[in-house]
Design a protein around this ligand. Structure first.
Ligand SMILES: [Zn+2]
Length: 295
């Protein structure tokens, strides 16, 4: 729905303005709109996100890896509060992976780095945005730390998260593959780090090229999901992977299948839909370019 049907914006707004919810916290959306209960989802993976945006705590013998940090106004309650509710110690956070530098994912990164000394990992071009736009990232600007490269492994204790660069949604967007345990059984996950077409997408140049970049990234991540036999698709938006409803389904699971485990074929279909939506939008631009007599 969001990617294929709703009208797209014409591109990223990179003005250096402090977001309203930072200037005046009373302008942040009402708690009802974002609050979700935290949940233990796998033996070593805990959901600490909200109704629309994901944050996860991946536990290891040597500490915790946090994946995405939602907004400045709800990261304290959802991530720190959620971990405490689930019996996890936020002081054990060693790494924070930021799928991309938008306020709904980087919001708690500065806080986690300052308070717990966590190492922050992000794509190079997105680190550049954080440094270039101090107002836009006010209260959410971790100091430059680890610059992700394609295939980089973040290893902690017995767990390794592999980072895949998937530029498109932002120039530095990153996605991951890793393995968790479900009642002791290994389960392979693919985590998609960016979805919407919020690059310049309404004019042939550079829209056609931007869509190609996005399509290439979807193919890249689909290949990695296939290679690692991923049977779970996670998104950095809980509204896209249906995390909050699936968390509720866990309570009634009994001896049935894990609600997140959809199988390798359905994980591939996710990436096919993303590619198809992008290609359809790209075709419109190609037609527009042809109509204008461009090569
Ligand atoms: Zn985004």
């Amino acid at each position: 729905m969001r990617t294929c049907l709703l009208p797209q914006s014409g591109g990223e707004n990179l003005t250096d303005i402090v977001p309203a919810y930072v200037t005046d916290p009373t302008k942040a959306p009402a708690r009802d709109l974002w609050f979700a209960e935290p949940a233990k989802v796998f033996d070593n993976l805990y959901f600490v996100g909200g109704k629309l945006h994901s944050a996860w705590a991946l536990t290891t013998k040597e500490g915790i890896i946090v994946i995405d940090t939602i907004y400045p106004y709800n990261s304290e309650e959802l991530i720190i509060g959620g971990m405490q509710k689930l019996g996890l110690d936020p002081k054990a956070i060693k790494y924070v992976l930021i799928s991309h530098a938008h306020g709904d994912h980087i919001g708690g990164a500065e806080m986690l780095q300052t308070r717990y000394g966590a190492r922050v990992v992000m794509g190079g071009p997105d680190w550049e945005w954080v440094e270039k736009y101090p107002n836009r990232y006010k209260t959410m600007a971790p100091k430059r730390d680890i610059v992700a490269t394609d295939g980089m492994k973040i290893a902690l204790g017995e767990i390794t998260v592999t980072i895949w660069l998937t530029p498109g949604h932002t120039p530095g967007t990153m996605s991951y593959t890793f393995t968790v345990l479900d009642r002791g059984k290994p389960v392979n996950l693919a985590y998609s780090g960016g979805t919407a077409f919020n690059f310049v997408n309404n004019i042939p140049d550079p829209g056609i090229k931007n869509f190609q970049n996005y399509i290439d990234s979807q193919k890249h991540m689909a290949a990695k999901a296939a290679e690692t036999k991923a049977t779970v698709l996670l998104s950095n938006h809980s509204e896209f992977d249906n995390a909050v409803n699936k968390n509720r389904m866990l309570a009634g699971r009994g001896n049935g299948p894990h609600p997140y485990e959809i199988g390798t074929e359905w994980v591939q279909r996710y990436f096919q839909v993303m590619q198809g939506c992008a290609r359809a939008a790209q075709l419109k631009l190609e037609q527009k370019a042809a109509g204008m007599g461009m090569p």
